[in-house]
Ligand binder design. Sequence first.
Ligand SMILES: Nc1ncnc2c1ncn2[C@@H]1O[C@H](COP(=O)(O)OP(=O)(O)OP(=O)(O)O)[C@@H](O)[C@H]1O
Ligand SMILES: [Mg+2]
Length: 578
Amino acid sequence: MIKYLQHKFALSREGAKDMIKACISVTVTNITFMMTAGILYLLISDMLDGGLTTDRLPIYIGGSVGVLILIWIANYIQYNATFLTTYRESGVRRTTLAEKLRKLPLSFFGKKDLSDLTTTIMSDCAMIETASSHWIPELIGALFSTGLVGISLFIFFDWRIVLASFWVIPASFLLIFASSKAQKNAVRKNNRVKMELADGIQEALESVRDLRANNAQDRYMCGLDVKIKNVEKYALFTELKLAVFVNTAAIILKMGIATTALVGGALFATGEITLLTFFMFLMLVSRLYDPMNITLQNFAAIIASTVQCERLDEVLSHDIQTGAEKMTNSGYDIRFDHVSFSYSDDTAVLKDVSFTAKQGEVTALIGPSGGGKTTVSRLAARFWDTTGGKITLGGMDISKVDPETLFSAFSIVFQDVTLFNQTVMENIRIGKKGATDEEVIQAAKLANCDEFVSKLPDGYNTMIGENGSELSGGERQRISIARAFLKDAPVILLDEATASLDVENETAIQQALSALIRNKTVLIIAHRMRTVAGANKIVVLSDGVVAEQGTPDELLAKNGIFAQMARLQSEGQNWAIA
Ligand SMILES: Nc1ncnc2c1ncn2[C@@H]1O[C@H](COP(=O)(O)OP(=O)(O)OP(=O)(O)O)[C@@H](O)[C@H]1O
Ligand SMILES: [Mg+2]
């Protein structure tokens, strides 16, 4: 039961237990409320019968006080189990989600949009919170207490009048239940168009520079307009669809007043029920249907919220990359053994790639754009898992090592540098947790950051804007290199690490890198031939296969792709207007 609730409503174990507690306490509260009406009924019928004696009065007073105390206790438990739990559970759920996201393979993020995930973390979670803490316990409590009252009325009163007043409840709920598929479809569709709009807005904000450069703003805004109109249309459509079901169910519920009056009147006329009973049932239905109406709306909202639960559960139940937390490697040679890989199912990006990058050597990956170089470096650090073949680090199969443990052996400088809206100091310190300011500055000096940092208004304590927006491409890259210097891990992956540097800076950094890479395994990706000329080994990747590999001299002698690339670059090319 607890497991089922956990899965169904994306709850923690504690949350599921609290939900059961909340359901019980709502049931108890509802029943105790109804008991007051029962006591009143008994009191009036005693009075009418003339049987109310002074010795029975204390029983009624005692009973009323007892019921009041019970209401107070049940309310207290309900408050604890709903409101307080909501806040606790919302914290737990978001932390679980964040923890899960941290462990999910990058392939998962490739398939998901950022705005989709943000929506899951923020609004899906909020909706599930309200559903699990309020709507569901209220619904279950209302159904149980109404069911119990219904059964006891069946026992004590004429079954015909009970049936006349209660038949509408299952009928209206059945209608909502039967339409749940249609409701969910409407909500899913509504979600999808909302997500498309969120994506569109995010993309517009991120690419405002390129849109302006290409005079494409108007065209793009037209596209956004269509998306906004779509959201309007579907929001209205979804509301209408839900309203049709909920209102029809409410009308069915109201029909109960008519049937109670008709059946009750007939039974009273034939003397089968007393006037008091007739009135009591009329009172009961008019009191009962209003909260039931709210419960019906809750029920519809719960059905809609299961769509959100499905989305959350999709994240929570996704397989994570796991593995041993202890490395068993000997040395740090990286070996690709008949590796194949594809980002999606249909197109193979790497096909049967085999090569070894030895420790103490620089291995350069070169080849035409889109050949798979970045992919190779990502696979080496287990950002993705291979689809075929095996990658080993010092003889240890990396697919059997926990990614976080494995990352500790890698210093990586990516092709696209990510910086945080923090100071320069903190941005470099990401390379090594707990590094001292002196260590950070030392690394920054090695990466030639010192020169531009000293020109910043606050030096190392200058904030660099969102994703380093206040820095140039070369400056960003140098910060990324400084991180690698600071981390000083045994394996170094450099993807176009020096591509946006001027020749002077590149030479200086290369000299510093030579000190860093001593006795390490270095995998370097570069387009400039002068960057890779000093490598011990060259691997040429073209169309996802290893076209050539060997020392630069061997490959030059072979006169293949490498030799041709080297020739083209050394010839130099001048712009010519044709
Ligand atoms: N995240 C991704 N999802 C799907 N396909 C991808 C992804 N990243 C790269 N690809 C595809 O994989 C192929 C190889 O890309 P990769 O980035 O490895 O090339 P590359 O050799 O590094 O190119 P470049 O020199 O331009 O950086 C390309 O066809 C690219 O479209
Ligand atoms: Mg690349």
